[in-house]
Design a protein. Structure first.
Length: 336
């Protein structure tokens, strides 16, 4: 579905801690030469603990998960009318297709609905060290909007992520906050966590947690899904051979073609998924090799700032992702 991006959303619970954090490692000399607030490759492992939990685990029971799924499915038409930014029938059909697939195939499956991330923060400038357990929504039903900002194709677009435009996202993260509290109150973490700093021990009612989330949620990045591989009559932008509908020889080989966001960390899982796309792309190579000799194929690599090679624009990336894209660019050159 063109230009309706998905942005993952995250928030968390923070405690004071007696455990070692980035800050204490830096105090002990492991971070020598590293700017304040940043971590060396070694220190990055302090923040490497992640897990994925499905909706039933998030709620702690299947009944509540089933109830939420039924609510979501009962609102397909209303959500399409209120939240889909286009009135084009094909785009609305695509919105409903993705919406139903998310609700019917993913919500009650074993696939992770939330990502749980351990974030041992704190700096060497203070003796107070915090440990945060974050929770990030992997399959949001709130979808953002992207608008052209000017006639200059290299100007940044206007992006409206529309967080919490669908009620289920707020419910999911609210229950996620409750889940990470249970984790923090369980052994062995409870032995090293002391006072809850945020949102605070008094923020326990559903409404209070939701109010906290509305002011605390931030992006987990992973923007994607703007050029969905769907049938054209469902608002699709590319076909199963990665070709843009209506254009002769333009293909898209990046994370924008996935109709649904992955329950996976961006590095290395997302680059691995892009490699799978590249494999699919190579499987079509023999079908248009002669065309490549006559025309220059355009590869649309969506993103923000840094342009890496011909037709390649890289979104905000980790070093691993940047390396992956450079490898992709080298492989593309083999076809030129």
């Amino acid at each position: 579905m063109g230009l309706i991006p998905t942005f993952l959303q995250r928030a968390g619970v923070a405690w004071k801690t007696t455990a070692e954090t980035l800050g204490t490692f830096q105090q002990n000399g492991f971070g020598d030469g590293v700017p304040e607030g940043e971590s060396s490759p070694f220190l990055s492992y302090v923040n490497s603990a992640i897990a994925y939990v499905n909706l039933s685990t998030t709620f702690g029971n299947t009944e509540s998960a089933n109830y939420l799924q039924n609510q979501i499915l009962g609102m397909v038409d209303a959500s399409a009318n209120d939240l889909c930014p286009s009135k084009d029938e094909s785009v609305i059909n695509g919105y409903k297709t993705i919406y139903r697939a998310t609700a019917e195939k993913l919500l009650l499956s074993g696939v992770g609905h939330l990502e749980v991330l351990l974030w041992a923060t704190g700096t060497s400038a203070t003796e107070e060290q915090n440990l945060v357990i974050q929770v990030a929504l992997q399959h949001p039903l709130s979808q953002g909007r992207v608008y052209i900002n000017s006639s200059d194709p290299f100007d940044d677009p206007v992006i409206d992520p529309q967080y919490f435009s669908h009620f289920a996202d707020l419910v999911s993260l609210r229950e996620g906050i409750k889940l990470v509290r249970r984790i923090g109150q369980s052994l062995p973490l409870s032995e090293v966590l002391t006072e809850e700093v945020s949102p605070g021990p008094d923020v326990t009612a559903d409404g209070a947690i939701e109010a906290f989330l509305l002011n605390a949620v931030e992006t987990e990045f992973h923007p994607g899904n703007t050029l969905a591989m769907l049938p054209r009559d469902e608002g699709g932008v590319v076909d199963a051979k990665l070709k843009v509908y209506g254009l002769g020889n333009v293909r898209v080989v990046d994370a924008s073609v996935f109709p649904i966001s992955f329950a996976a960390h961006a590095s290395p899982s997302l680059p691995s998924a892009i490699f799978c796309l590249l494999t699919r792309f190579f499987s079509f190579k023999h079908q248009f090799t002669s065309s490549l000799n006559r025309h220059r194929t355009s590869f649309a690599m969506t993103g923000d700032r840094d342009r890496l090679g011909r037709g390649l624009i890289a979104r905000t990336m980790t070093t691993t992702q940047a390396t992956t894209l450079r490898v992709l660019h080298t492989l593309f050159n083999l076809l030129a």
